[in-house]
Design a protein around this ligand. Structure first.
Ligand code: GYE
Length: 316
């Protein structure tokens, strides 16, 4: 599932190249996961665990509980255990140079899954497997431009993902890029709600209070926060999806259920089922084979009108 843009062959591979061909032995993969903050994350963890099992890869799984320090600790312990490959879903984008340099010195290839990092040297990891979050933000923005009422100021509130994470930074950037072209679209409040439903609810409740309910759109960086916002809207006596447009990202089942109930307008897909692709990359990395620097997952946009039809097909 590579798009044309992602076919850039990595120069970082050579450091895995001298390791023995891994084809016929059982590989050990150390995986530092973000946490368990959302429905997306639960599906992602399950996909990786099941795919490892199916591929005969021994998985050392560490839940980072949303903390970079725990993920760094996990990577150091993977290095000590001499795992074959490390996969990291980084909580935040920065602060990885030191530990990734340690992995490189130990000649253990690192695959980034789901989220990207910003390092001095992009040869500290082999590839990034995941979604294009900026494009997801643009898709949310484009849907809004097509579906908002045609005149008057549109007051938007934004529920951001975890501060400093790639999806929060990029979903904001992509959305802003698109709506900036239309001056009557105004983001009046934008705060983090940490990608969780409870925080989505409390932050939305505070927005409604601060804006005296004068809000036309909520753009949430994930569906869990959108579902929390829906609860806050109802508690404030407003009708979600009717009085206030509700936009989410991920396309988890919970969003489809809300759309079928007429309470959510749209969700932009972000596919968490990247386990099978990850296992293919793990095998290639262990064998020192060439891998594109960016491997993309495929996804779409689902408005409420097709929620009923699509629901049965959803796997997460
Ligand atoms: O959208 C959100 C999760 O990194 C793509 O993290 C992932 C995001 C996902 O908590 O629900």
């Amino acid at each position: 599932m590579l798009n044309r843009r992602s076919l850039v062959i990595s120069s970082a591979l050579s450091f895995a190249g001298t390791r023995s061909m891994a084809q016929n032995r059982s590989l050990v993969l150390g995986f530092a996961q973000v946490g368990a903050e959302s429905q997306w994350r639960a599906a992602n963890t399950k996909s990786i665990q099941e795919s490892a099992e199916a591929a005969g890869v021994k998985l050392q799984f560490v839940d980072g509980q949303g903390q970079q320090a725990l993920q760094i600790q996990a990577i150091r312990s993977f290095i000590q255990q001499k795992v074959d490959v490390i996969a990291l879903a980084p909580v935040v984008t920065t602060g990885w140079d030191e530990v990734l340099t340690e992995a490189k010195k130990a000649r253990i290839p690192v695959i980034l899954t789901d989220r990207s990092v910003e390092t001095q040297d992009d040869n500290l990891y082999i590839t990034t497997l995941g979604s294009d979050f900026t494009e997801e933000g643009r898709r949310a923005g484009r849907w809004l431009l097509r579906n908002a009422k045609p005149t008057g100021t549109i007051r938007i509130v934004e529920l951001q993902g975890s501060t400093g994470s790639a999806p929060a930074i990029e979903r904001k950037r992509g959305f802003d890029e698109v709506i900036r072209a239309v001056p009557r679209m105004k983001v009046v409040r934008s705060e983090t709600a940490d990608f969780t439903q409870p925080k989505g609810k409390t932050v939305m409740a505070s927005f409604l209070k601060a804006e005296s309910n004068n809000i036309q759109v909520v753009y949430a960086h994930n569906d869990d926060m959108a579902l929390g916002a829906i609860q806050a809207l109802e508690e404030a006596g407003l009708k979600p999806a009717k009085d206030v447009i509700v936009i989410g990202v991920d396309a988890v089942k919970g969003a489809f259920e809300a759309m079928r109930a007429g309470k959510m307008n749209v969700t932009v897909e972000c596919n968490p089922l990247i386990g099978p692709q990850l296992m293919d990359l793990v095998r290639l990395a262990a064998d020192g084979k060439p891998i594109p620097k960016r491997v993309q997952s495929r996804e779409g946009v689902f408005p409420m009108e097709i929620a009923e039809r699509e629901y049965a097909k959803r796997k997460y």
